[in-house]
Design a protein around this ligand. Structure first.
Ligand SMILES: *Cc1c(COP(=O)(O)O)cnc(C)c1O
Length: 718
């Protein structure tokens, strides 16, 4: 048995945390808190770190470890009795939480947990191992699992170059840069073997045995293990395998997926973790099933029985209704890249290829990770009701003879983690009016019914406060973004002068992929400018990264950017560079209107609109993904976008619908005030949105669904 790193708690001896030796003893509680991201979703958690050294906190990207290493204000902080008392109280609360027993969650138990495998996790902006929605979902999933005391362990990759940062040039063209990430600067501790050396696992890839160390990050009660290929014994290529999230080179990406899937199962075995259920969150890690079958076979089962036993333990969530998002490979490439891996796992090459093909018998077809995951899992689910329909049609070929409706892919609609995404003023307001039951049972619609009785004035005051905070954020952020681009000083200061805390604030932020149709915002420039210039104006905040290889998406950023030559647009539109969790939190809490314009049916779920709704923002969205389930006619606005083969016509029609809703419904409702200055129609819609979206789209509801309909459910027919 290896020695697992003990969970970090107040009982952990201070010598175990390398950071503590550098700190004044009064700051030990803060140092220990820094090693568990639990602080990041507790009220007042961020404030204790910020209070140490507000400037340094911003400069080090909200990274608590770097703050405590780099700050020159530690002496002052150690003498601040209020701060020390707050840190001690938080640490005591964390220790009390960690001391609680696990929940009863069959088939999982502390000895046989659920094992969650994902290529990305958005736990916090200081751990840059995420790119977008998949990571955000995974991060929220772990936090909810912690809150629910679910026996669950998670595993992913520690990308030493993280995900790319975005910088625009003055023409609006996106450039990418990567920053080196060091585990020493992260709240990560190495997992050690019995002899005290770093525990490693290895996977043969393209002729090299690629080794990976294992790091452990605490997310409340949930350990998140991260495989790290930056070890001396690896070649430069071996080190590169795990260096960069969604690396562009398809060969390296396949190596990365194999490392994730097979490495995860080997890491669990090396650590003595025996999962009851292995949850593949997206298809990247599909080779995990083969690795589990290989374990079964090594215990003496013949291969077909071993594969069947593996299938019995694996569940799979698909997130991608875009064909290009489901990676596939020519058989020859798989042979070349995986090299010795299939024979090491004891799987026949022909059988492996057949498991990854659309039609098992056609040797010409490509090898797909999603196909492999679908064929080697006991249950498969999409991430919204609509996506369930789309996925059943998309993958019907794998179940020849079955009608689409009978294809065994169910759905569990995504949700968002309330404590992470609901800004403190909203939480305080709801706490005052919904009572104590609400936060413990956010998935229960009854607990939200008292939303209707909240005085409009109070609700509106909170919205004004959040908008005003966002405007401050945009002012400072737009100045530094524009200065860094080398823009003329007049333009640099323009948004800071003209962004207005009383103006209807519209947000659009997400990965810039072509199907998300950022360009619809300016499809009709005259109408768009009319909305910005009107005496009852809107102001617009945009953020999002285009994939480094997606020039079409980069061009749509540039097109929006071209608007800056219009004086009004420079004053009323801000593009915030380098979209991440920090920018997302600021935007979803402060925007009055959250716009989403995907080309149906390509949005699997979408979650940013849920985050906006949790803060009293209203959604205006194309009916696709989660919005099909959420929209009820008075909790936001919808664009009915029937799919047509003529994409340009569809775009023009949907853009016209967008402008029409803004001009005729959204703007009038927002600016229609009574004598006390409150827009009663608008606050009514906020209440409807909170009351209906709160219980249905929180991770509490989502995790209950996974427990009942996926983890504990019987297997699907094959
Ligand atoms: C929530 C979130 C996403 C996902 O947003 P979608 O609406 O699903 O596109 C992406 N990136 C970040 C940083 C997020 O917080």
């Amino acid at each position: 048995m290896v020695q697992l790193v003990p969970p970090v708690s107040s009982s952990a001896a201070s010598s175990e945390l390398p950071l503590l030796s550098r700190l004044p003893p009064a700051l030990f509680p803060l140092g220990r808190l820094a090693y568990n991201y639990w602080w990041s979703w507790q009220p007042g958690g961020e404030e204790v770190f910020r209070a140490v050294d507000p400037d340094r906190w911003e400069a080090c990207g909200h990274n608590p470890i770097r703050l405590l290493i780099e700050s020159s204000r530690l002496k002052e902080a150690a003498a601040d009795q209020t701060l020390i008392a707050r840190a001690a109280a938080l640490e005591a609360a964390l220790a009390a939480e960690l001391a609680q027993p696990f929940a009863n969650a069959p088939p999982a138990s502390p000895d046989q947990p659920i094992a969650f495998i994902c290529a990305e996790y958005a736990v916090h902006e200081s751990l840059p191992i995420y790119s977008g929605g998949l990571g955000a979902l995974a991060g929220d999933f772990l936090k909810e699992a912690s809150d629910r005391r679910l026996p669950l362990v998670a595993i992913g990759l520690l990308y030493r170059r993280g995900y790319f940062h975005q910088r625009l040039d003055p023409s609006g063209w996106q450039h990418e840069w990567w920053s080196p990430e060091r585990p020493d600067d992260m709240p990560a501790l190495p997992v050690l073997s019995a002899d005290g050396k770093p525990l490693t696992v290895s996977v043969p890839l393209r002729g090299e045995r690629v080794a990976a160390r294992i790091w452990r990050v605490e997310v409340g009660r949930i350990p998140l293990y991260l495989l790290d290929t930056a070890v001396p014994e690896n070649s430069p290529l071996g080190r590169w395998v795990g260096a960069q999230l969604y690396v562009g080179n398809p060969d390296v990406r396949l190596m990365q997926y194999a490392l994730l899937g097979v490495g995860a199962i080997r890491a669990f075995a090396a650590m003595g973790v025996r999962p009851a259920v292995v949850h593949l969150n997206e298809g990247h890690a599909a080779l995990a099933s083969i690795a589990i079958a290989s374990e079964e076979a090594s215990r003496g089962s013949p291969w077909p029985a071993a594969l069947e036993a593996a299938r019995h333990r694996v569940v799979f969530t698909t997130h991608t209704p875009v064909a290009a998002g489901n990676d596939s490979y020519a058989n020859a490439d798989v042979e070349r890249i995986l090299g010795e891996l299939p024979s090491e796992l004891g799987v026949d090459r022909g059988e492996l290829f057949a498991l990854g093909r659309w039609h098992g018998s056609n040797g010409e077809q490509r090898f797909g990770m999603t196909e492999l995951a679908l064929r080697t899992s006991r249950s498969a689910n999409a991430v919204s009701r609509k996506h369930g329909e789309v996925a059943r049609e998309m993958w019907q070929v794998l179940w020849p003879g079955k009608r689409a409706e009978a294809v065994p892919i169910v759905h569990v609609t995504n949700g968002v983690h309330l404590a992470t995404w609901m800004a403190e003023p909203v939480r305080a307001l709801l706490r005052r009016h919904l009572g104590t039951q609400w936060e413990a049972n956010p998935a229960n619609p009854w607990c939200w019914s008292a939303v209707e009785a909240i005085p409009d004035e109070e609700l509106w005051a909170v919205r004004n406060e959040l908008r005003s905070r966002l405007v401050d954020f945009v002012r400072s952020q737009s100045i530094s973004d524009r200065l860094a681009r080398g823009e003329p000083l007049d333009y640099v200061e323009q948004a800071a002068r003209t962004f207005d805390p009383n103006v209807l604030t519209v947000g659009f932020a997400r990965r810039v992929a072509s199907y998300k149709r950022l360009n619809l915002l300016i499809q009709d420039p005259a109408r768009a400018l009319g909305l910005l210039r009107s005496p009852r104006p809107i102001q617009v905040i945009i953020a999002g990264k285009a994939h480094p290889r997606d020039d079409e998406a980069k061009r749509s950023v540039q097109l929006i950017f071209g608007l800056k030559h219009e004086a009004t647009a420079g004053a009323r539109v801000a593009f915030l560079e380098d979209y991440d969790l920090r920018i997302a939190r600021a935007m979803v809490s402060g925007c009055d209107l959250w716009v989403n314009l995907p080309r149906p049916p390509l949005e699997a779920s979408g979650t940013s609109g849920m985050k906006a709704a949790f803060n009293g923002g209203l959604n205006l969205s194309v009916l696709d993904g989660w919005w099909c389930e959420a929209f009820n006619g008075n909790n936001g606005w919808a664009i009915h976008s029937e799919t047509t083969p003529d994409v340009l016509m569809q775009d023009a029609r949907d853009a016209a619908a967008l402008y029409g809703l803004l001009e005729n419904e959204v703007v009038p409702l927002f600016y229609q005030r009574d004598a006390s200055g409150v827009p009663r129609g608008w606050t009514q819609r906020i209440k409807s949105s909170l009351r209906t979206i709160g219980p249905a789209f929180c991770t509490a509801r989502m995790l209950s669904d996974y427990l009942v309909h996926v983890y504990a459910a019987a297997r699907k027919p094959s």
